[in-house]
Design a protein around this ligand. Sequence first.
Ligand SMILES: O=C(O)c1ccccc1N[C@@H]1O[C@H](COP(=O)(O)O)[C@@H](O)[C@H]1O
Length: 229
Amino acid sequence: MKTEVKICGLKTAEAVDKAVALGASHAGFIFFPRSPRNIEPDDAGRLADRIRGKAKIVAVTVDADNDDLDEIVSALSPDMLQLHGNESPDRVLTVKAVYGLPVIKALSIRDADDLRRIEPYIGIADRFLLDAKPPKGSDLPGGNGVSFDWRLLDMLDESVDYMLSGGLNADNIGEALAVTGAKAVDTSSGVESAPGVKDLNRMEEFFKAVARAETDIIARDGALAGRSK
Ligand SMILES: O=C(O)c1ccccc1N[C@@H]1O[C@H](COP(=O)(O)O)[C@@H](O)[C@H]1O
């Protein structure tokens, strides 16, 4: 099956168009003033109009209140909301009820206990985004370009629908997919030339690396199946 790829932190028409041309399943816009990827809701709405229906439009927010969400949802008309802060399961339920949109709940992972924090959101969040814990001193809850130990995902129930995130780039996505078998991945700083500046060549390299990994995994699984006959 084709891996879903979310390109996050889009800010320009060139990057948005390229993401879709390369086959991105999701296009993420960041609404967090401290981020170098922050975008005004109206600007994001204009960019999203270029690709509506071709990729899912995702609004990424951090502990946003309803006033902020009202403005973002009305300007962007997203397909999904990504809640990347400390939103509780109750808050996720409220957001879903108020806006009638599916929610991706982001969780930051460093160890097995962090992964267990998924449990209260099961049946509430529509999808999870598993990102690394921000490094000490970071101002950002995401977009830090750091990965977590992917082998931790061995303990995750297979029914949990998640996107793998955190420090993914063309150099490590092959190993990340081989280790986790993730069906969906998310990248931001790994396809940038500077914070907040998407690099079209790096985006292309990322998609090529995903395609190579898919071929390698099919070959690996075929060989394993052959051996067990
Ligand atoms: O990217 C940001 O600046 C950001 C700000 C606030 C919340 C989330 C943010 N980014 C999310 O983090 C992932 C992982 O980023 P990276 O690939 O490690 O750079 C990113 O895709 C966004 O979903």
